[in-house]
Design a protein around this ligand. Structure first.
Ligand code: UDX
Ligand code: UDX
Length: 464
């Protein structure tokens, strides 16, 4: 590192965040060498192959343009750390599944392991950047671990730089972010580290969109941004239930309130509930933090966002069972979509998991189609919570197109809003299905009025 200028970057964690983010940095900063390191040998092999491990529109050409030039993927974590001036930490921070804080607190073992490896390998000055979403004040713990474990004269500055990209739109979010947030310490070295990272993003992000704050504000802002986004979805989903009782239409209500510039139109699409690797994990984490800091009222307030999300999913299943004469035992049900949203192959916390498991508990036979999700992942996601391998073998099949999923089915259930579902030949689907042919649209993606014209029994969310 010459002066305060960063020349070599490494990122620990080649996931949905680390991979695309580093590809964009490499594309926008040809003068920097960027290496993404991960423990997972298959994942790194996939990043180095023609078929990338994640499906993300627009990602392939970005990677193809820089891989081997100034973007490298490796399992040599030590080598990548040793060579880097600046190290992004983008390893997973799942919800803890054991001990204190089970089911709520963030599991920081991968963050701690990363800090220990960095301390062991580093020499000279390194800037460590938290990319992973972590509980507020984690930077303090990372710094302590680094300083307690270094065996050389290495010095470290720890920054927080949360990622706000959404899957499915990652490339445009990275290319033209609403803001870049960088939190750092108030010392001269802290400020210099912040400026070094600002200089990286300033290669393509306008300076006024690069916000710098103290460390704790930056760490907390990521959790709060996700909590506010998730809260809007639970708010509109709670109103969807009231719409169904009163004859109001939730989309009309969302449109009417969204035109108020104080509210705004985005993130008001009612659905079967939010999924994805972040919202639930980060809300649980926020709730846990509030409880830990003696703020039970605040914890309860945010916990309700999660409760409404769970309720929305079970409400949807209840509607299916009731409409189909209170039994779906042995009935074939076509499932359209399994990813947690369109334009991704990610299924983490997908609402489809809960809906499909509940349908299996009712002994339905599921015929699942998703354009991007690997069938093995669907199988693994559904296993557990009372769904045994024998149930999946007898009552679940993966279909290669939506018509196969509809064939001889009693119902079609849309769980992901893939664009291709908007242009299905619904007349053909009606002919293929058993009668009465039910459609349950959990995403408001199918043309409801057309469907009724074909003869379908149609159920959507939030329409009276
Ligand atoms: C991750 C975090 O889960 C999230 O909290 C944060 O906001 C951004 O980074 P994501 O990229 O979606 O999100 O996670 P994932 O796709 O699971 O990638 C994490 C990668 O880290 C995996 O490829 C895993 O193999 C790797 N890893 C994990 C390591 O290389 N070392 C470890 O010690 C642990
Ligand atoms: C989210 C945040 O948007 C992003 O800033 C953060 O970095 C990571 O978490 P992501 O989970 O990838 O991103 O996707 P997002 O578009 O936020 O969707 C999350 C879930 O909410 C999906 O299941 C989606 O279908 C659902 N959703 C979203 C709705 O049900 N209604 C909406 O109006 C918007």
């Amino acid at each position: 590192m010459s002066g305060r200028q960063v020349e070599t970057i490494c990122c620990l964690g080649a996931g949905y965040v680390g991979g695309p983010t580093m590809a964009m940095i490499a594309a926008k900063c040809p003068h920097l060498q960027v290496t993404v390191a991960d423990l997972n040998i298959q994942r790194i092999a996939a990043w180095n192959s023609a078929i990338l491990p994640i499906y993300e529109p627009g990602l392939d050409p970005v990677v193809a343009g820089v891989r081997g030039r100034n973007l490298h993927f490796t399992t040599d974590i030590h080598g990548a750390i040793a060579a880097a001036d600046l190290i992004f930490v983008s390893v997973g921070t799942p919800t803890k599944s054991y001990g204190i804080g089970t089911g709520r607190a963030a599991d920081l073992r991968y963050i701690e392991a990363a800090a220990r490896v960095i301390a062991e390998v580093s020499e000279g000055h390194k800037i460590i950047v938290e990319k992973s979403t972590i509980p507020v004040r984690t930077a303090g713990a990372v710094r302590t671990i680094l300083e307690a474990n270094t065996t050389s004269n290495a010095t470290f500055e720890v920054l927080s730089n949360p990622e706000f990209l959404a899957e499915g739109t990652a490339i445009q979010d990275l290319e033209s972010p609403d803001r870049i947030l960088i939190g750092g310490g108030n010392t001269a070295a802290g400020k210099a580290a912040v400026e070094a990272l600002v200089a990286v993003y300033a290669n393509w992000v306008p300076r006024e969109r690069i916000l710098t704050t103290n460390l704790w504000s930056s760490e907390l802002s990521k959790l709060v941004a996700n909590a506010f986004l998730a809260q809007r979805i639970s708010s509109i989903n709670s109103i969807s239930a009231l719409c169904e009782k009163t004859g109001a239409d939730v989309d009309e209500v969302a449109h009417a309130i969204g035109m108020d510039s104080r509210i705004g139109p985005r993130f008001l699409k009612s659905s079967i509930g939010f999924g994805g690797s972040c919202f639930q994990k980060d809300l649980l984490n926020l709730v846990y933090l509030c409880e830990s800091f003696g703020l039970p009222e605040v914890a309860k307030y945010w916990n309700q966002v999660l409760r409404i999300n769970d309720w929305q999913k079970s409400r949807f299943v209840g509607k299916i069972v009731r409409a189909m004469f209170n039994t779906i035992n042995g009935k074939r049900i076509g499932i359209l979509g399994f990813a947690f949203k369109k334009d991704t192959n990610d299924t983490r916390e997908s609402p489809a998991i809960r809906v499909c498991r509940d349908l299996l508990h009712e002994r339905a036979h599921l015929a699942i189609y998703d354009p991007q999700v690997d069938p093995n992942i669907i199988y693994q996601e559904l296993l557990g919570d009372g769904v045994a391998p024998t149930i999946l073998e007898s009552n679940m099949e993966i279909c290669s197109d939506p018509y196969a999923a509809a064939n001889k089915s009693h119902a079609l259930v849309a769980l992901t809003e893939w664009d291709e579902f908007q242009t299905l030949d619904m007349g053909r689907i009606y002919e293929l299905m058993l009668k009465p042919a039910f459609v349950f649209d959990g995403r408001d993606i199918l043309p409801a009025e057309d469907l009724k014209g074909h003869g379908f029994e149609v159920f959507t969310i939030g329409k009276g």
